[in-house]
Design a protein around this ligand. Structure first.
Ligand SMILES: [Zn+2]
Length: 389
């Protein structure tokens, strides 16, 4: 029986697997089905073996064992379960496994042994002699975190898309300037806490909504997008104020629909909006609900919202949900922080000030660290390998 890997999105033409014993380039093959997934043949020289017993699929890679169940979007490894984008299945006497497992979980769980390069679609097996002693690293003195984490910070809008102009920003500032200012400060605050950071933009340029999540790949744990809110003309326009944090889901209220529509509207500045204007969002939402990202995103949103609300002069508007295109494709816990209202005088002054931006960046960083500490604790309990502190 052969082993295939499924690929739910971003189909490379081929996957290169390079090991000290040689390398092989594997073409991607199309698999017809509801989700139009594709498969690639996996074989030598990776040293992978597979057994099928009823619905239980056991895969060994080197001397490590991964357990799958047909039809279930999870993989178990050393006592912990990890979500997959898609479930393994059998067709034409062949087992299909989600490529997500090979490109995400293998390089993360066996980080000392394998490295996945998403741009080259290449999995490298590192020679054992070069293995760094990463798993038992000492906790970071400031955060207590033991693992390496990479955060993608996404300053909203940019270039020809100014975002919302607001009523109360001085000197012709617009949303794109505020988000970039906070984004850069957030990078510095996260780095100070020992975390790696990727900015989707570090200058005044426009990155298409569909391309922003592409920054969040194998070496990415969280996706955090920064925006500024605004109210439409009307009685409440200048009164409404405060901070709210979104994760992706269906919008439940008119306010949530307004904010999602406003942020998704950046599409009109893009060169080729037709690609996602038709909106595979329904499909992506269903897909997200298959895995744990939704629940994790809600928890991340809660922790960040709590921290930012503590330092914000405006109201605590709580955790919200909406169908944000930029969050839907991240395939990681992902949130949008609407850092305040440009249509409110107090919020506008706070957002435009260096002190306000610094306070917001620091609070978001604290919320992210609180989430990661919780995440590492859960992982340690799941694997039974944690030290209680
Ligand atoms: Zn925005």
């Amino acid at each position: 029986m052969m082993v295939f890997l499924l690929l739910a999105a971003l189909v490379p033409q081929q996957v290169l697997i390079a090991t000290p014993r040689g390398q092989v380039s594997i073409p991607v093959m199309s698999e017809r089905g509801a989700a139009a997934v594709a498969g690639v043949l996996l074989g030598q020289p990776l040293g992978l073996t597979m057994s099928l017993d009823g619905s239980a699929v056991r895969v060994t890679l080197g001397n490590r064992t991964f357990d799958f169940d047909l039809g279930s979007p999870f993989v178990r490894y050393e006592g912990a379960a990890y979500p997959l984008v898609g479930a393994p299945y059998v067709a034409r006497d062949t087992v299909f496994l989600p490529l997500h497992w090979l490109t995400d979980h293998v390089p993360r769980l066996l980080a000392s042994r394998y490295h996945w390069d998403p741009w080259l679609a290449r999995l490298d097996e590192v020679a054992i002699a070069a293995t760094p002693p990463a798993p038992s690293a000492a906790p970071h003195p400031r955060t207590g975190l033991r693992m390496a984490h990479t955060i993608v910070v996404d300053p909203g809008h940019g270039g020809i898309d100014p975002g919302n102009p607001g009523l109360h920003f001085p000197r012709g500032l617009t949303e794109k300037d505020i988000t970039l200012g906070i984004g850069r400060l957030l990078r510095a605050e996260l780095q100070r806490r020992g975390l790696s950071v990727v900015l989707t933009r570090a200058t005044d340029t426009l990155i298409d909504l569909a391309n922003r999540p592409l920054f969040c790949r194998a070496d990415c744990d969280l996706f955090v997008s920064i925006h500024v809110n605004s109210m439409p003309v009307g009685r409440r326009q200048t009164q409404v104020n405060g901070v709210e944090t979104y994760f992706v889901s269906d919008a439940k209220t008119e306010d949530q629909k307004r904010v999602a529509q406003m942020e998704n509207d950046a599409l009109r500045f893009e060169s080729a909006p037709a690609v996602i204007a038709g909106g595979p969002l329904g499909f992506i939402l269903n897909d997200l609900q298959l895995n744990e990202y939704l629940r994790e995103s809600a928890r991340l949103a809660e922790l960040v919202q709590t921290k930012v609300a503590e330092i914000h002069p405006g109201e605590d508007r709580g955790v919200q949900q909406g169908p944000f295109l930029v969050l839907a494709a991240a395939r990681r816990p992902a949130i949008i922080v609407e850092t305040g209202f440009a249509t409110n005088r107090n919020d506008g002054a706070f957002l435009a000030s260096a002190l306000g931006q610094h306070k917001i960046a620091t609070a978001i960083a604290d919320g992210i660290v609180a989430y990661l500490v919780e995440f590492e604790r859960k992982l340690a309990i799941g694997t039974g390998g944690g030290q209680a502190r």
